[in-house]
Design a protein around this ligand. Structure first.
Ligand code: NAD
Ligand code: WQD
Length: 351
């Protein structure tokens, strides 16, 4: 179908993995733009209460369907029932370490699940798609800034699933030019909605830096282990391109907007173009939140690269998108969300 943007007409947008971290924040932005948002998720790494929270923030009704992207009947039924105009495909498993231990689980969930979703979209004639890809498709960076044209050589089964899905989408678009597909390669999303109502709340403890810092700040963990300080970087610790979750969410709205230009198939980095070391992130967090983060230096983590920084130039130019939030915003908003969660838990346990 033809997409219309900027006018009074609402679109029906399906967010697979919509109750997850990035899906829920993107749902807020889309609902605020008056689109009908349908969240489809099997809740393997999220909680249904996110739906109420998104409704609370936006004041808009949000539809939630509990389902798996590998379930053909459920996906078809959802696409038809809600007359979906475009799909943003967030659903997937994302733990790099786990993917090395259980690669089949990752290929089965991420790749087979995506094939099922695309096949259902094809069958129902819904051919507008934004896909959550990752900087993990690049592997060892060959330049200080990573461009979309860099060599693609993932270092983990997780990264391989993302590259395989991108390749499937590229072939699909070649076979049928009526598809409009955009792959967004996220760098390191952190932060939370400024209300403090939603944030990253995965039931499993993720291995990522910010969730660890938050757990140390909340005294759930005694100290942070810094994975190596002998990298060839300014202070020896790993450098990453952290991007605020609301800037990342806005990137999806801009990508949806860009579908009207009929890109057929395109790929964009979503990062800020600025890197911070582990020690810099710790010190910013301490400074802006007035909490202390005890840490010790451990050995480097297997599979880590020294530095991973996006060139966001293509997204800035073509999607008319710009990340505007600072590292301070990322630290303050992350802690505000975590602190609010802790206060709610404390209140519930004492009543
Ligand atoms: P998340 O785990 O919070 O959200 C993913 C959601 O997908 C979860 O709610 C989970 O329950 C759901 N899901 C998983 N498998 C499913 C299935 N078979 N059927 C239906 N639902 C399923 O993760 P996130 O951080 O919001 O990431 C969203 C997407 O972005 C993922 O595809 C991830 O690989 C990708 N990504 C994330 C990051 C990051 O650092 N957070 C970086 C790059 C790319
Ligand atoms: C950041 C830096 C660590 C934890 C991962 C995925 C990537 C993407 C984003 C999904 C590194 C250091 C970490 C800790 C530490 N996700 N660190 N102590 O590895 O850059 O990227 O998430 O697509 O694909 O690989 O993120 O947050 O794990 O690490 O010192 O306890 O923090 O070594 O330098 P990463 P991260």
């Amino acid at each position: 179908m033809e997409l219309t943007f900027g006018g009074p007409s609402k679109m029906n947008i399906l967010l697979t993995g919509g109750t997850g971290y990035i899906g829920s924040h993107t749902a807020v932005v889309l609902a605020e733009q008056k689109h009908n948002v349908i969240l489809y998720d099997n809740l393997s790494n999220s909680d249904e209460n996110v739906v109420d929270k998104v409704q609370l923030i936006t004041g808009k009704p949000i539809t939630f369907i509990r389902g798996d992207i590998r379930d053909r009947d459920a996906v078809l039924s959802c696409l038809k029932t809600f007359e979906i105009d475009a799909v943003i495909h967030f659903a997937g498993l994302k733990a790099v370490g786990e993917s090395t231990e259980s690669p089949l689980k990752y290929f089965e969930n991420n790749v087979s699940g995506s094939i099922n979703l695309f096949s259902c979209m094809h069958k129902t004639g819904i051919k507008n798609l934004i896909f959550s890809s990752s900087a993990a498709v690049y592997g060892e960076p060959e330049s200080s800034e990573i461009f979309e044209t860099n060599t693609l050589c993932p270092l983990s089964p997780y990264g391989t699933t993302k590259l395989q899905i991108e390749n499937i989408l590229s072939d699909l678009s070649t076979s049928d030019p009526t598809w409009q597909i955009i792959c967004l390669r996220y760098f390191n999303p952190v932060g939370a909605h400024t209300s403090g109502i939603i944030g990253e709340s995965s039931p499993a403890l993720p291995n990522n830096l910010m969730p660890f810092i938050l757990n140390v700040a909340s005294k759930n963990i005694d100290e942070l282990v810094v994975h190596g300080n002998t990298y060839n970087t300014k202070d020896g610790t790993g450098i990453r391109d952290y991007i605020h979750i609301m800037d990342l969410s806005n990137g999806h709205v801009k990508a949806l907007d860009h579908l009207k230009n009929k890109p057929q198939f395109d790929v964009f980095n979503l990062g800020t173009g600025r890197g911070y070391s582990v020690l810099e992130l710790i010190s910013h967090f301490e400074l802006h939140n007035k909490v202390s983060i005890p840490f010790r230096v451990g050995p480097p983590r297997a599979g880590d690269v020294a530095s991973c920084i996006a060139s966001p130039a293509k997204a800035i130019k073509t999607l008319n998108w710009k990340p505007v939030r600072t590292l301070r915003d990322m630290c303050v908003d992350s802690w505000q969300y975590k602190y609010r969660q802790l206060s709610i838990l404390k209140k519930n346990s004492s009543s």
